[in-house]
Ligand binder design. Structure first.
Ligand SMILES: [Zn+2]
Length: 155
């Protein structure tokens, strides 16, 4: 294979979300001329934020990413967070707030940056009814018509 595709999208592979997440990512965050490869597990952004809690899932994501970068994908990352069901697996006492999930997604991005330094990353969170105001207030971003709110970028 000669020409590499444009990059890698990290997203949750929960079947209740994955089809729509991927469709919306392709329709809204990737140009029609671009090709990105989806990499993930159930709860991908959460796994990246808490690798010690999910060592097997984390290792699989790292292995797939290294392989993609070596073989067929250029170094451009998009990380997608959402109101993820995997938090049910965490034995936390208090409920996890949306803003905590947003912050975890950013932690996941920092983890990717540690393991793959110098690769640009753009991080988006799937909007929910209550999320946008919280995120807009905290991160002072402009509203957008996309299904996702940008919460972090290395650029
Ligand atoms: Zn999820």
């Amino acid at each position: 294979m000669s020409k590499k595709i444009d990059g890698v999208v990290f997203l949750c592979f929960d079947p209740r979300e994955e089809a729509n997440l991927w469709k919306n990512v392709k329709g809204e965050l990737i140009l029609p001329s671009q090709r990105f490869h989806p990499v993930g597990q159930l709860g991908t952004a959460v796994v990246l934020a808490m690798p010690a809690y999910f060592p097997v899932k984390f290792a699989a994501i790292m292995e797939d990413t290294r392989f993609a970068l070596e073989e067929f994908a250029r170094g451009n990352f998009i990380l997608i967070g959402h109101d993820c069901g995997i938090y049910k697996l965490l034995k936390t006492q208090k409920p996890t707030t949306l803003i905590q999930k947003v912050q975890d997604t950013i932690s996941g991005a920092k983890c990717l940056q540690e393991h793959f330094p110098n690769i640009p990353i753009s991080v988006w969170f799937k909007k929910t009814f209550s999320l946008e105001d919280e995120v807009l207030n905290k991160y002072n971003r402009l509203p957008s018509t996309r299904s996702f709110q940008q919460i972090y970028t290395s650029r």
